[in-house]
Design a protein around this ligand. Structure first.
Ligand SMILES: Cc1cc2nc3c(=O)[nH]c(=O)nc-3n(C[C@H](O)[C@H](O)[C@H](O)COP(=O)(O)O)c2cc1C
Length: 184
């Protein structure tokens, strides 16, 4: 059975919607799924224990949120302590990650999301876990005082995103991705 780590961080609940869809799709695909909110994960995880990881966060000033950043810091420190990061980062066979974010892109659009996704991906890539996919999913600003960014930003009108269509697409993409990978 394919083991999935469904890791996410979500300050306003938007990324959580995606993470729950990923969880549903992985279960449908017959995987065993461990869903972890980075905020509640005080101990480090053995990231190499899982065949497939989904790692997601909201975007805050072009980077993942503070809980995901501190999770990454702790994981990286632990990996260095145990000498798990080698020159040339050799691939560990059968280990994959899909990194994603939800973002508003109010000023420069997807360019604000890409650094966040790339930053998260590097933790896994350094460990030899292959980045299988990267998703940038529009996520509306939740605080009312920031609502103008949902209608006047670079992405156009993102009110209500991620919406049911976005989540349906996530579900399908999750199943397609898992079925495309070699876990041996
Ligand atoms: C205080 C605040 C700052 C934000 N800064 C950015 C930003 O710099 N770039 C961006 O693309 N989106 C930004 N957003 C939008 C969030 O990334 C988006 O709403 C995301 O879906 C939130 O995910 P979460 O609820 O899972 O944390 C910001 C949202 C808030 C509330």
């Amino acid at each position: 059975m394919i083991t999935v780590l469904n890791l996410y961080s979500s300050l306003n609940g938007q990324t959580r919607k995606v993470a729950l869809e990923v969880e549903k799709a992985c279960l449908e695909a017959g995987c065993s799924v461990t869903t972890v909110n980075a905020r509640d994960q005080h101990n480090t995880l053995d990231l190499l224990e899982y065949d497939m990881t989904f790692a997601g966060s909201g975007v805050y000033t072009w980077l993942p949120d503070k809980n995901m950043l501190s999770f990454i810091d702790r994981q990286l420190a632990e990996a260095r302590k145990h000498n798990l990061i080698h020159p040339n980062s050799p691939r560990v066979s059968g280990k994959h990650v899909c990194v994603y974010c939800t973002y508003g892109g109010p000023h420069t659009g997807e360019a604000e999301a890409i650094p966040a996704v790339k930053y998260m991906g590097q933790l896994f890539d350094h460990l030899g876990i292959t980045i299988a996919d990267e998703w940038c999913i529009p996520g509306a600003f939740v605080p009312e005082k920031m609502h103008i960014f949902n209608t006047q930003g670079r992405l156009g009108n993102i009110e209500g995103r991620p919406n049911n269509d976005d989540l349906k697409k996530i579900y399908e993409q999750t199943i397609r991705l898992i079925s495309s990978l070699d876990f041996s």
